[in-house]
Ligand binder design. Structure first.
Ligand SMILES: Nc1ncnc2c1ncn2[C@@H]1O[C@H](COP(=O)(O)OP(=O)(O)OP(=O)(O)O)[C@@H](O)[C@H]1O
Ligand SMILES: [Mg+2]
Length: 257
């Protein structure tokens, strides 16, 4: 039987704010398979960002389990959890979270700094990734010299630096005009179609359903339903048939973008 890349089982999360308990997740369960692109829709405050943070291993559930390729995150040591975040997960947020004092290429290369890679290797991979989004000519600019859409593209390719299995993307277009937003959404779709990333993307925008294969609806801390979005492309069917596991963003996969 095919193993999900991510399996969440009955996730509950309670935030304690002084005397008050905020129940952000109330038994959220779902599975994601390799190479699929899933949209997570739901009203403000229903727990979408909380869910992403648990899958990313940035926070721990109050109860319930997150499995990544069958591995229970609650069984990992602090070091193993840090590796999980760095190597397996790429995260992209609404506020691009770029470092203002670093150039564009240095921002992209940052995950390689933490991985202890050489300057040459960092720059080579960062430049290659910037080419994917046609941003190589801005490599030596500062983030503040770029438009919002350009900054988000930089943040997206930074998340690819370590070849993550899974991209967790939270409201990526919330700060963008509609033209930039569509460009960013198109690029994310290509990442799924051509380089087989497994993607979970949070949005408020139902128009984006056309980009994804599955739509998960969330309300009051639970997954209400999971429906098909657009049909899987031939290449995605191939991924499923080969029981692929969300392989790395290889040089070969990069060429296809
Ligand atoms: N760090 C925190 N401390 C306390 N409460 C929190 C924290 N993070 C989230 N919450 C609460 O948990 C609930 C779910 O929040 P969450 O941010 O996951 O919702 P969301 O679906 O992402 O909302 P939005 O669409 O507005 O981004 C909310 O009631 C929120 O106030
Ligand atoms: Mg949120």
């Amino acid at each position: 039987m095919r193993m999900p890349v991510i399996k969440c089982e009955n996730l509950c999360k309670i935030y304690k704010l002084g005397e008050v308990n905020v129940q952000a997740l109330r038994g959220a369960s779902f599975e994601l398979y390799a190479g699929t692109y899933t949209l997570l829709l739901g009203p403000s405050g229903c727990g979408k960002s909380t869910l992403l943070s648990l899958v990313a291993g940035l926070d721990v559930p109050t109860s319930g389990k997150v499995y990544v390729r069958g591995e229970d995150l609650s069984g990992l040591s602090v070091d193993q959890l840090a590796k999980h975040r760095n190597k397996k997960i790429g995260m992209i947020f609404q506020q691009f979270n770029l470092i203002r004092s670093m150039t564009v290429w240095e921002n992209v290369a940052l995950p390689y700094v933490f991985a202890g890679m050489s300057l040459g290797a960092r720059k080579k991979r960062a430049m290659k990734l910037l080419e994917l989004v046609h941003m190589e000519k801005y490599a030596h600019h500062l983030p503040t010299q770029l438009s919002g859409g350009q900054q988000q593209k930089v943040a997206i390719v930074r998340s690819l630096m370590n070849n993550p299995w899974i991209l967790l993307i939270d409201e990526p277009t919330g700060n963008l005009d509609s033209v930039s937003a569509n460009e960013v959404m198109e690029f994310i779709k290509q990442l799924n179609e051509k380089s087989k990333r497994t993607i979970l993307l949070v949005t408020h925008n139902p128009d984006y359903c056309r980009y994804a294969q599955r739509i998960m609806y969330m309300k009051d801390g639970k997954i209400l339903s999971i429906e098909g979005g657009r049909p899987a492309t031939a290449s995605q069917t191939e991924v499923k048939d080969k029981k692929a596991t969300g392989d790395e963003l290889s040089e070969e996969a990069l060429e296809k973008l």
